[in-house]
Design a protein around this ligand. Structure first.
Ligand code: THU
Length: 118
């Protein structure tokens, strides 16, 4: 979170992804003057992990520095559902505490490979 590049929103987010083999991968949000080029902390962590050969994960923690939990956006939920099981854990932490979900609580009807004929 302390490395977040968030000069536009000032909303700093950190993520820590726990791979099945116990390795952890961190990420922070990285914003851009062209706002749509912003990448959330979760997807930065996934990118680091995937690029090092990890494809399955036990849990992800997402933390923000304010009294407001950083619920994953729709794009991040789709990425989470690609690489994590419905029962896997999503932990959200802010200045007032932590709350724990399962992936299926946050994205109950995920679109998966095999849902199309492609
Ligand atoms: N953000 C994340 O990095 N993760 C979340 O779960 C929610 C939002 C970032 C994106 C952007 O840099 C800032 O928070 C404000 O939306």
């Amino acid at each position: 979170m302390r490395y977040a590049y968030a000069p536009y929103s000032r909303f700093q987010v950190g993520a820590c992804l726990l791979a099945e083999d116990g390795t952890t991968y961190t990420g922070c949000n990285m914003e851009n003057a062209s706002y749509g080029a912003t990448i959330c902390a979760e997807r930065v962590a996934f990118g680091k992990a995937i690029s090092e050969g990890r494809h399955s994960f036990q849990a992800i923690a997402i933390v923000c520095s304010e009294d407001r939990k950083a619920y994953p956006c729709g794009i991040c939920l789709q990425v989470i559902s690609e690489f994590m099981k419905p029962e896997s854990i999503v932990i959200l932490e802010d200045t007032s505490g932590m709350i724990q979900y399962q992936v299926k609580d946050l994205i109950p009807n995920a679109f998966h490979l095999g849902d199309t004929d492609a």
